[in-house]
Design a binder for this molecule. Structure first.
Ligand code: SF4
Length: 63
């Protein structure tokens, strides 16, 4: 499982960070940084919820 970011979509709104700060952080440049791009399978539901919270669909999960 990998987390992908489409930086051209990210607007730095921070919903993902609010939902899962262990995995997402809005950087000084206003774009999200993924802190762990290949998380454990056991984190899937938690990360899925954070990804689904992004209002501009900038995040996705890849198997
Ligand atoms: S919720 Fe979406 S737009 Fe906001 S920082 Fe995260 S990836 Fe970017």
């Amino acid at each position: 499982m990998r987390i992908d970011v489409d930086r051209s979509r990210c607007e730095g709104l921070g919903m993902c960070e609010a939902m899962a700060h262990e995995f997402f952080e809005v950087g000084d440049d206003g774009f999200v940084v993924v802190l762990d791009e290949a998380p454990d399978e056991g984190q899937r539901a938690f990360i899925r919820a954070a990804i689904d919270s992004c209002p501009v669909s900038a995040l996705s999960l890849r198997d």
